[in-house]
Design a protein around this ligand. Structure first.
Ligand code: SF4
Length: 407
């Protein structure tokens, strides 16, 4: 009932809208599709991922296709510049399922000829065996969950693959996909700085055009939270972790990969266009269990989210066309907070003009003036004519800085 009411309100907003500048042929949409299943649950992972004895692929692909059509019906033929299959482990999907979803995206939206189409993959041999099929389906970028090139570390992280399989998957992906990224996790228990530097050298020698390098953090309600809480392992101290972070940026820079976001490194032009849409606070549609969206309808910006439990989500889609649990207009203040939170993660910072257009207020009016001046004086933030940028020191302190900065 609530959803029907909100849908009417949104439909009314669409009917009344005057087109803002960013919609006059420019407003693009990033499309996210969530595959919620994994072979096993990694002990550090707090993503919406689930293990099932048998993955009900046909049912979930049908539900994703139905929810995609549902969302397209109200969005219209918006230009889609990126599609991202995330998870969970989308490389557990058959290539035919990926092909069907991409065909739907091309039919329902104005899918750009040069759209970035990414699929997250794990490097087990079964999944790597599907790479050619994904390429034929239209995937042009693969993001591989390598996590480590050390077998003992992979066992600690609960991964299903070996270091040799990770190297083989990267090698194969390089032959098949125009673009390749992989993830590593560092600051593992007892890992030393020289060990991490050696692993980085391996990674950077494998010539991916993009790397995501994450520090291990203990997330609530994970197996690691329990093990860490009872003292089964300890993480490196803060100084060691900070040294690893700094060494990461330096080594990446030596190999021509710039740090364009706190944990992401790319050759010029190889940045993840899809993830940039999140960090630049642009429109994105989230399809599938637990997926979130930010969608503009005229001057309104709507937050969407879907039910997290896969089977309940699928039941809802089968009944109503959507597993939506939230459709709420975001106030200008909340937009400003979100745009600051995302944008200051980027090395490029926040473009004032885009901020004003997306948030309905100037950046200068969205922040506490005194905190801003102090952060500028302490060199945590810097201003250019067009951007507000967090410095390297500032990016390390964003968690503390942001609640103070945003009004
Ligand atoms: S494979 Fe990825 S999504 Fe699945 S449990 Fe492991 S880290 Fe989480």
């Amino acid at each position: 009932m609530l959803l029907a009411f909100l849908s009417l309100r949104i439909a009314a907003a669409i009917g009344q809208r005057k087109k803002p500048a960013y919609e006059q042929g420019m407003q693009a949409l990033a499309l996210y599709l969530h595959w919620p299943f994994c072979l096993s649950k990694c002990p550090y992972c707090d993503f919406n991922s689930h293990v099932r004895a048998r993955i009900p692929e046909a049912r979930f692909v049908a539900a994703l296709r139905r929810e995609l059509a549902f969302e397209a019906a109200r969005l219209g033929r918006r230009r889609v510049t990126s599609v991202f299959f995330g998870g969970g482990t989308p490389s557990l999907m058959q290539p035919e399922s990926v092909a069907a979803l991409l065909a739907d995206a091309a039919r329902l939206f104005d899918l750009a000829a040069d759209a970035e189409i990414t699929l997250e993959a794990n490097p087990t041999s079964i999944e790597a065996g599907r790479f050619r099929g994904y390429r034929e389906a239209g995937v042009n970028r693969v993001s591989i969950g390598v996590q480590s090139f050390d077998d003992a570390a992979l066992r600690f992280l609960g991964r299903e693959h070996s270091a040799a399989q990770a190297r083989a998957a990267i090698e194969l992906a390089r032959q098949i996909f125009p673009r390749l990224s992989f993830d590593l996790i560092y600051a593992l228990p007892e890992q030393t700085l020289p060990q991490w530097q050696a692993e980085l050298d391996t990674a950077l020698g494998l010539t991916a055009d993009h790397l995501s390098l994450y520090q291990l953090t203990i997330e609530q309600e994970t197996k690691f939270a329990t093990l860490h809480g009872r003292g089964d392992f300890a993480l490196p101290d803060a100084d060691t972790a900070a040294a690893m972070y700094e060494a990461t940026a330096e080594a990446a820079a030596r190999h021509g990969l710039a740090q364009y976001e706190i944990s992401n490194y790319a050759r010029p032009g190889a940045e993840s266009r899809h993830n940039l849409a999140y960090w630049r606070y642009l429109d994105y549609a989230g399809i599938g269990p637990g997926a979130h969206g930010r969608l503009s309808f005229g001057d309104a910006l709507i937050a969407t989210s879907r039910h997290r439990a896969p089977e309940i989500w699928a039941d809802m889609v089968e009944e109503t066309g959507s597993g939506s649990t939230l459709e709420a207009a975001i106030s200008p203040q909340d937009r400003a907070r979100e745009a600051l939170l995302m944008g200051l993660r980027l090395s490029e910072g926040i473009l004032y003009a885009r901020f004003a257009e997306r948030c309905g207020m100037r950046l200068a009016d969205a922040v506490d003036g005194e905190v801003l001046q102090q952060a500028l004086a302490e060199d945590y933030l810097r201003e250019t004519e067009t951007h507000l940028i967090a410095t390297e020191e500032g990016r390390k302190r964003l968690d503390a800085l942001l609640p103070e900065l945003a009004r």
